[in-house]
Write a protein that binds this ligand. Structure first.
Ligand code: SF4
Length: 428
């Protein structure tokens, strides 16, 4: 039988799809490139942003009739049988901890097209190293090092879709990193909801030890990691990054708000002062370090002075890029019970002000790069400009340049021109 996986959402979901592909191939199924050629369609869904169910249903509605349809991933985990009730075309729900059972689930669905739900949480890490040929990215080798979250930020659904934190054993991470490095990947990305809380208790190791080992023992050019939770920060991360230039000088370090009052309401455990102190410490020890972040505007109870504190924090940190969203309630979360009291027009206005400020900062800082020489990891051909490629810099900025380089190659580029969101260079 043939299968096709449609992935929505974050890198974690992309990596899960790679694992599902691996499992199904091991069971004798064949991967195909589109829904039409598939006997089984797996929809791997993301629940973090809005209208996730609607997205699944609209996609499921476009799948040709007669196929087995499985809803997997975060939405499936959170909504369980609700999805089956609302959509008769979907046969089975497979939550985020049920992927290893997906082969036997397909057998169970069988010719009778039985319906069911597999959405329990497992306490153990489920070990899987996807084949290289089933990796979605030829550029970045993604390695899951932990899954789940114990933090229960008031607005976030992740603890309900991924369960409590589980850490992958050190030896398994190292094996996958060596395998990707041997396969020619120039960049590996360590993945998890709270990577900086990773640990291997049997080996008495924590995240900085893992980075130290990987940086000293793999042949890749850059090691990245997403996402880091500021509440788990410890000073050893700075020390290990300062020690190894292979660890990219860029951290995605989501703050969400610049107001300590709102951070408390969000159940984030750090204050504005603490966050800014960490940033200051990083910049002092590693002057080239750059940050990106996530922001929520219009969180319940956010006043204009709270919002201005967010703007002023953005001004102080000078992020290279940010993701910013208007607050919207998510079922199951604590904030869902709070009054969503900031009017939509105020949320929109704040979002515009925040994005305008960030755009100004990005343009100003990007202009300082004109004339400099940087490395760029080629991510692929430019979709609109023939002969051009798109690359990413160490600080994860987009750089466009004329080149015949293949995805995954690293090139040296001289920066000639910039905009707020991208750089333009010339290959050296
Ligand atoms: S740290 Fe907070 S925002 Fe991040 S996954 Fe956990 S609950 Fe969600």
């Amino acid at each position: 039988m043939n299968f096709f996986i449609k992935t929505f959402g974050c890198q974690m979901n992309v990596n899960d799809s790679e694992k599902i592909r691996h499992i199904l191939r091991e069971k004798g199924f064949s991967a195909v490139d589109n829904e039409a050629d598939a006997d089984i369609v797996i929809i791997n869904s993301c629940a973090v942003r809005e209208k996730p169910q609607a997205k699944i249903f609209s996609y499921a509605g476009r799948i040709p009739k007669g196929k087995i349809i499985i809803a997997a991933g975060c939405v499936a985990q959170a909504e369980k049988e609700n999805i089956l009730k609302k959509n008769p075309d979907i046969h089975y729900i497979v939550g985020t901890h049920g992927y290893h059972k997906i082969g036997s689930i397909i057998e169970e669905i069988g010719k009778e097209k039985k319906r069911g739900v597999e959405a329990g949480f497992s306490k153990q890490w489920q070990e899987l190293t996807p084949y290289v040929e089933f990796r979605e990215s030829p550029v970045s080798g993604y390695i899951s090092i932990m899954e789940g979250c114990d933090n229960f930020c008031s607005y976030c659904i992740v603890p309900f879709t991924r369960g409590r934190e589980k850490y992958r054993p050190f030896a398994d991470i190292v094996r996958e990193a060596e395998y990707l490095s041997a396969a020619g990947y120039r960049e590996i990305v360590l993945l998890g909801q709270n990577v900086n809380n990773w640990r291997d208790e049997r080996k008495n190791m924590k995240f900085s030890d893992l980075l130290d080992y990987l940086a000293g023992n793999t042949a890749v050019r850059w090691i990245r990691f997403i996402t880091s939770y500021p509440g788990y920060y410890d000073g050893e991360l700075i020390a290990v990054m300062a020690k190894h230039e292979k660890i990219a000088r860029h951290i995605h370090f989501p703050v969400q708000s610049g107001s300590t009052r709102i951070l408390k309401k969000m159940n984030r455990v750090y204050s504005r002062t603490r966050y800014l102190q960490i940033i200051k410490d990083f910049k002092k020890k590693i002057p080239a370090i750059k940050f990106s972040s996530d922001f929520i505007v219009g969180y319940p109870g956010e006043t204009e002075p709270d919002f201005r504190l967010t703007l002023s924090l953005i001004g102080k940190v000078e992020y290279t890029s940010i993701f910013s969203f208007m607050y919207s309630p998510r079922k199951f979360t604590r904030a869902y019970k709070m009054q969503d009291d900031i009017p939509l027009d105020v949320k929109k206005e704040r979002l515009h002000r925040l994005q305008d400020l960030q755009k100004t900062i990005q343009l100003r800082n990007n202009k300082k790069l004109i004339g400099s020489e940087i490395e760029a990891l080629v991510t692929g051909p430019h979709p609109k400009k023939s002969g051009e490629v798109i690359g990413r810099t160490e600080s994860y900025q987009v750089v466009n340049f004329v080149s015949g380089a293949a995805p995954g190659e690293i090139k040296r580029v001289s920066i000639k021109n910039v905009g707020p969101y991208s750089l333009r260079g010339e290959e050296l």
